[in-house]
Design a protein around this ligand. Structure first.
Ligand code: SF4
Ligand code: SF4
Length: 283
C-alpha cells in the first residue's frame, strides 16, 4: 500500500507521524519512507541510515542560441509561465520559472531553443535497520517541486515496488506539489490539530482530496490544546477519525532533539497501532 501523510498546513506533526509510522511498520513489514517535502525535507533529522544510493536529479530547460534566432516572437507568445521573454533583440530564458514543457523549443522555427539538462536537486536512498528511506531535496532557489517529486516516485516504483508499505511524507498545503504526491497514493492520512487554524486548513485539504477522489482519514495531533470543533467537523462530513495523539510538553522536547517518539510515549504508540489497524483493514 502506498500511504500519503499530508496536512493542510505545515507544523501539524506530519513528518513526525510519517517517520514514527514508517519505523513502527518496518518492525514487522517491508516498508519504505519517501520524503517528498522536497523544499524542506526533515526526515533525515530523525533517521541516520546508511547511504545506499545518491542521484543528481535534473530537468530540461531551453537555452537560447542567439546566432540562429530570427526574433520571430513565437517563444514568449507560447510560454504559459512567462519563463521566456523578449528584451529588445534578446530572448531571455528564466529557468526558475520554466516548467520544462518543451513548447518553446518545439515551436521555434529556427531551432534556436534546444532543451538542455539543468540541475534540479538530489535523491538519496538510505537504509536504517529494515527501513528504506528516500530523501528528495530541491536545489536552493528553485521552485519546481513537482518534477523532483515525480522522479522520487519513479525511483520508488523501481526500487520499492514489492514493499508492503510505502509511506509518502507529502509537501504541506494544497499546492500542485502536494497533489503530485497524494494523487499516486492508495490512501491518504491528513494530520491536523484541534485549533481554528488547524480546522480551516484541514477543510482545504479535504476539498482537495475529494476533488481528486482520493480515499482518506484524519489523525488529530496535539489533542487537548484547542477545542472540539475538528471532531464535530469530521462527524458532520462522515470522515474517519483514525487516531488522536494527546498533547504532551515532553513530546515537543523529544521532537526538538530529533528523537523517535513512539518507543517512549504510549499515546504515540497507541495512535500508531490504531493507524496500522485502520490501514490493514483497508486491504
Ligand atoms: S521562437 Fe526561436 S526564432 Fe523565434 S524568437 Fe524564439 S528563439 Fe527566436
Ligand atoms: S519549456 Fe515551456 S515553460 Fe519552459 S520556457 Fe519553454 S515554453 Fe516556457
Amino acid at each position: 500500500m502506498r500511504i500519503a501523510i499530508a496536512s493542510g498546513k505545515g507544523g501539524t506533526g506530519k513528518t513526525t507521524l510519517s517517520v514514527n509510522l514508517a519505523l513502527k511498520l518496518a518492525e514487522s513489514k517491508s516498508t519504505a519512507l519517501i520524503d517528498l517535502d522536497v523544499e524542506e525535507p526533515n526526515g533525515s533529522i530523525f533517521l541516520k541510515g546508511k547511504l545506499i544510493n545518491s542521484l543528481d536529479a535534473q530537468r530540461m530547460v531551453p537555452v537560447w542560441e542567439q546566432k540562429k534566432c530570427n526574433l520571430c516572437g513565437k517563444c514568449p507568445a507560447h510560454c504559459l509561465y512567462n519563463a521566456v521573454i523578449r528584451l529588445g533583440d534578446y530572448i531571455l530564458v528564466m529557468p526558475e520559472l520554466c516548467h520544462s514543457c518543451h513548447a518553446c523549443s518545439e515551436l521555434c522555427p529556427a531551432d534556436a531553443l534546444p532543451m538542455q539538462a539543468s540541475p534540479l536537486g538530489t535523491i538519496n536512498h538510505f537504509q536504517e535497520n529494515k527501513l528504506d528511506f528516500l530523501e528528495s531535496r530541491l536545489n536552493i532557489g528553485l521552485e519546481m517541486a513537482s518534477p523532483l517529486i515525480n522522479q522520487a516516485l519513479a525511483y520508488t516504483d523501481k526500487h520499492f515496488a514489492t514493499h508492503e508499505y510505502q509511506i509518502l511524507d507529502s509537501p504541506p498545503g494544497t499546492s500542485c506539489s502536494m497533489i503530485a504526491a497524494v494523487q499516486t497514493a492508495d490512501y491518504s492520512i491528513l494530520v491536523t490539530e484541534p485549533t481554528p487554524f488547524g480546522l480551516y486548513d484541514l477543510t482545504l485539504a479535504v476539498e482537495t482530496l475529494r476533488h481528486l477522489s482520493q480515499p482518506f482519514g484524519v489523525v488529530v495531533n496535539r489533542w487537548g490544546i484547542g477545542n472540539n470543533e475538528v471532531i464535530k467537523y469530521l462527524e458532520k462530513e462522515n470522515i474517519p477519525l483514525i487516531a488522536k495523539i494527546d498533547h504532551q510538553r515532553e513530546i515537543a522536547s523529544f521532537y526538538s532533539q530529533g528523537k523517535i517518539l513512539y518507543r517512549d510515549f504510549p499515546t504515540v504508540n497507541t495512535a500508531l497501532e490504531a493507524i496500522i489497524s485502520h490501514l490493514e483493514a483497508l486491504k
